[in-house]
Design a protein around this ligand. Structure first.
Ligand code: C2E
Ligand code: MG
Ligand code: MG
Length: 601
C-alpha cells in the first residue's frame, strides 16, 4: 500500500528541527478516514483530532460508499464503526482486507459494543485496534498517534531507501500505478525519467563502498535539487516525484500539460548537475549520467511498459556514449538491434583481421617536416564496407572489446613505428588513441611495456592520446597510472582539448606533455574572432605549462598561417594529408624527408 506518511526525510532534514518534532509534525499530515452512521460522532472525533493538529479528514456517514471512497482517497488510517445499517463495519473490514494494497492498513474499530465476541470477530477480520464509545479524548489521541507512528515506521522500512531517504522501487511502482490511474481519468500525460549513473559499478570498486555511498547520496541530493528548483512539475511535492529504484538508478515522474517538453529541460539539468565534481576526502571524482525517458500514454499505458521503455531508452543512451538523454521511441528497438548486430560482428572482426591502422602525418608548423603521426583505426566490414571509428568505438567500449582492440592497435602502432625509426626517422613520434576503458582495466601499463619490448621501439617515440572524458571516475587512480606510463618515457597527449570538462585542475595533476586543440575550434579561424581568441589562449596556456600544442583538423592555408603566427608547434589535418594506409604513409614519409624545402610558407 502506498504510504502517505513518512518519517524523517534524510534528504531535507533541517538541523534546526529535532527529528522527533519533525516526525510528529509529519504524522499530522496523515489522512484519517472515518466511517460512522452517527454524524455527531464524526464531528466529535474530528474536532478532538483537529484540536491536536490533524488536518486531513474524510468522513463518511453512508457506509455503502465507504469502500469506494477508501479506494479513491487512499487514507493512512481508518476509524471504523461496527454497528451501521446496510453495510456494517464487519463487511467493510472484510472487503478492505481483500485488497492486497490494504492488507496492512491500520483500522481502529470504534464500538460501543462491550461484548468480547464482536471484538474477537473484528480482530479475526483484521482490525488493528479498538476504541470504546463514548470516546475518551486522550485515549483517542494516543491510539491515533501510536497507530500512525507504527505505520510510518513500517512504511519507512518498507518503502524508503535508508541511504538517501528517497522512496524505493516498491513505493515508486505503487505510486506510478496511482498516477497512471489519475492521468487516465484526467486525460493527461505523464513522463518517466530513468536516470543511471555511468560506470558507477566500476568506480565503486576502485573507491570502496563508503565513498560509493557518499557519491550516491550527493547524486540524489543534486537530482532532488534540480526537481525542487523546477517550477513546472505539476502535482505533488518534489520529494514525491523522485525515487531510488536501483543501486545507481533514480527515477523522476513529471505530470501535466508540458511535461514532455519539460522532460528535456529536467534531463539536461540533471546531466549538468551530475557532471559537477564530487569532492570526497580530497579526491575529486567526475561522473556522468545516462537518462531514458518514456511518456504515458504514447509509450505504454501501464506501469510495466512505461518502466520498461524508459529503461530501454536509458540503455540506448549508454550505448550512444553515455552523458546524454534519450526519449523512448519504437526506433530505439530497431537501433538497438543494429547495435546488437554490430556487437556480434565486432566480436568476430578482431579474429578475422578486419581492422586496419591508418596513419595521419603530424607536421612541424615552422618547417613542414613530419614529426610523427596519429594512428587511426579503420574497420573494413566484409558486407557493409568501411565503418568509421566514431561509429564503432563507442560500441566496442560498451561491450568491453576496446581493451583487446586497443591492445592490438598499440602493438600494431609500435611495430610499424619501429620499422620507420629503423629506416632513419629516429625522432618520429607515434600517437595512439587510448580509450578510458583501457585505463579501468588492470594490465594497461604491462601491455604498453610488452608492446615496446616486443617491437623494440624506444618509449620516447610513443605518445598516448587521452581525452578529457578519461576524467570520469577516480582521478587519483588515473593520475597514478599516467605517472607510471610517463615514467617509462612515453608521452601523454590530451586529445580534443576544450570539448569535455571545463575543470582545468587536472592539467596540474596529470603529467601532460602535449595538448591537441580540438578541430571544432579551428574550423572557423581566422574568420571568427572569438574562436581566434580561444585558440590563442589555449596555445599561450599550454606553452606556459611547458606543453607542446598540436592543432588538428587543419584544412587550409589561412588556418595554417594563423596557427604559425601563434607559434603552434605541430599541425595535423587534410591540408597536409588525410590518414594513409601503411604503404602510402611510408611513401609520404620518404618523400617528405627527401624534400629540402618543405611545403609551408
Ligand atoms: P581523434 O583522435 O580526435 O582523431 C582525429 C580525427 O579527425 C580522425 O577521425 C581524423 O581522420 C580526423 N581528421 C584529421 N584531420 C582532419 C581534417 O583536416 N578535417 C576533418 N574534418 N577531419 C580530420 P577518425 O579517423 O574518423 O577518428 C575519429 C575518432 O575515433 C578519433 O578522434 C578517436 O577519438 C577515435 N579513434 C580512432 N582510432 C582509435 C583507436 O585506435 N582507439 C581509440 N580508442 N579511439 C580511436
Ligand atoms: Mg586522437
Ligand atoms: Mg582529436
Amino acid at each position: 500500500m502506498e504510504p502517505n506518511l513518512k518519517i524523517p526525510e534524510v534528504l531535507n532534514a533541517d538541523s534546526n528541527v529535532t527529528q522527533r518534532d519533525l516526525r510528529y509534525s509529519q504524522l499530522k499530515q496523515a489522512t484519517i478516514m472515518m466511517v460512522d452512521d452517527e454524524p455527531i460522532m464524526l464531528e466529535i472525533v474530528q474536532a478532538l483530532l483537529e484540536d491536536v493538529g490533524y488536518q486531513n479528514f474524510i468522513t463518511i456517514q453512508d457506509s455503502n460508499q465507504a469502500v469506494q471512497k477508501l479506494l479513491d482517497s487512499n487514507p493512512d488510517l481508518l476509524l471504523l464503526d461496527l454497528d451501521m445499517p446496510d453495510v456494517n463495519g464487519f463487511d467493510i473490514l472484510k472487503t478492505v482486507r481483500t485488497f492486497a494494497r490494504y492488507q496492512f492498513m491500520p483500522i481502529i474499530i470504534l464500538t460501543a459494543a462491550e461484548d468480547p465476541k464482536s471484538k474477537l470477530k473484528a480482530l479475526e477480520l483484521g482490525a488493528t485496534d479498538f476504541l470504546s464509545k463514548p470516546v475518551d479524548p486522550s485515549e483517542l489521541v494516543l491510539r491515533v498517534r501510536n497507530t500512525l507512528s507504527a505505520k510510518a515506521f513500517q512504511d519507512q522500512l518498507a518503502y524508503y531507501d535508508s541511504l538517501t531517504g528517497l522512496p524505493n522501487r516498491k513505493l515508486f511502482i505503487d505510486r506510478l500505478g496511482w498516477e497512471i490511474l489519475l492521468a487516465t481519468r484526467e486525460n493527461k500525460s505523464l513522463v518517466l525519467l530513468d536516470i543511471g549513473l555511468d560506470r558507477f559499478r566500476q568506480i565503486n570498486e576502485t573507491i570502496g563502498l563508503t565513498s560509493g555511498d557518499q557519491i550516491l547520496k550527493i547524486a540524489a541530493e543534486r537530482i532532488h535539487a534540480v526537481i525542487r528548483s523546477s517550477d513546472f512539475l505539476g502535482r505533488g511535492k518534489s520529494n514525491e516525484n523522485m525515487a531510488r529504484i536501483g543501486g545507481d538508478e533514480f527515477s523522476i515522474v513529471l505530470y501535466g500539460v508540458n511535461c514532455v517538453e519539460n522532460a528535456s529541460i529536467i534531463g539536461n539539468r540533471v546531466l549538468q548537475s551530475i557532471k559537477q565534481p564530487f569532492v570526497l576526502d580530497d579526491n575529486d571524482m567526475y561522473l556522468s549520467a545516462s537518462i531514458g525517458i518514456s511518456v504515458f500514454p504514447q509509450d505504454g499505458d501501464d506501469v510495466e511498459s512505461i518502466i520498461k521503455h524508459a529503461a530501454a531508452a536509458k540503455d540506448f543512451a549508454k550505448k550512444q556514449g553515455m552523458d546524454n538523454f534519450q526519449f523512448y521511441s519504437s526506433d530505439i528497438n530497431s537501433r538497438a538491434k543494429e547495435i546488437m548486430k554490430m556487437e556480434s560482428d565486432l566480436r568476430k572482426a578482431l579474429e578475422n583481421d578486419e581492422f586496419e591502422l591508418y596513419y595521419q602525418p603530424q607536421v612541424n608548423a615552422s618547417n613542414g617536416k613530419v614529426m610523427g603521426m596519429e594512428c587511426l583505426l579503420r574497420w573494413i566490414h566484409p558486407e557493409d564496407g568501411f565503418i568509421p571509428p566514431d561509429v564503432f568505438i563507442t560500441v566496442a567500449e560498451n561491450m568491453g572489446l576496446i581493451v583487446p582492440l586497443g591492445e592490438w592497435v598499440l602493438r600494431q602502432a609500435c611495430f610499424s613505428a619501429s620499422e620507420w625509426v629503423l629506416q632513419g626517422h629516429e625522432a618520429l613520434k607515434v600517437s595512439v588513441n587510448v580509450s578510458p576503458q583501457q585505463f579501468n582495466e588492470d594490465g594497461l601499463v604491462d601491455s604498453i611495456k610488452l608492446a615496446i619490448n616486443d617491437s623494440g621501439l624506444n618509449p620516447h617515440n610513443l605518445v598516448l592520446e587521452i581525452t578529457e572524458s578519461m576524467l570520469m571516475g577516480n582521478i587519483d587512480h588515473f593520475a597514478k597510472l599516467l605517472h607510471e606510463i610517463n615514467d617509462l618515457g612515453v608521452s601523454i597527449s590530451l586529445d580534443d582539448f576544450g570539448t569535455g570538462y571545463s575543470s582545468l585542475s587536472y592539467l596540474k595533476k596529470f603529467p601532460i606533455n602535449e595538448l591537441k586543440i580540438d578541430k571544432s575550434f579551428l574550423t572557423d579561424v581566422p574568420a571568427i574572432k572569438q574562436d581566434n581568441l580561444i585558440v590563442k589562449a589555449i596555445i599561450a596556456m599550454s606553452h606556459g605549462l611547458g606543453q607542446k600544442v598540436v592543432a588538428e583538423g587543419v584544412e587550409n592555408e589561412a588556418q595554417l598561417a594563423f596557427l604559425k603566427a601563434l607559434n603552434c608547434d605541430i599541425i595535423q589535418g587534410y591540408y597536409f594529408s588525410k590518414p594513409l594506409n601503411k604503404v602510402d604513409f611510408s611513401n609520404y614519409l620518404s618523400l617528405n624527408a627527401s624534400l629540402k624545402n618543405y611545403r609551408i610558407k
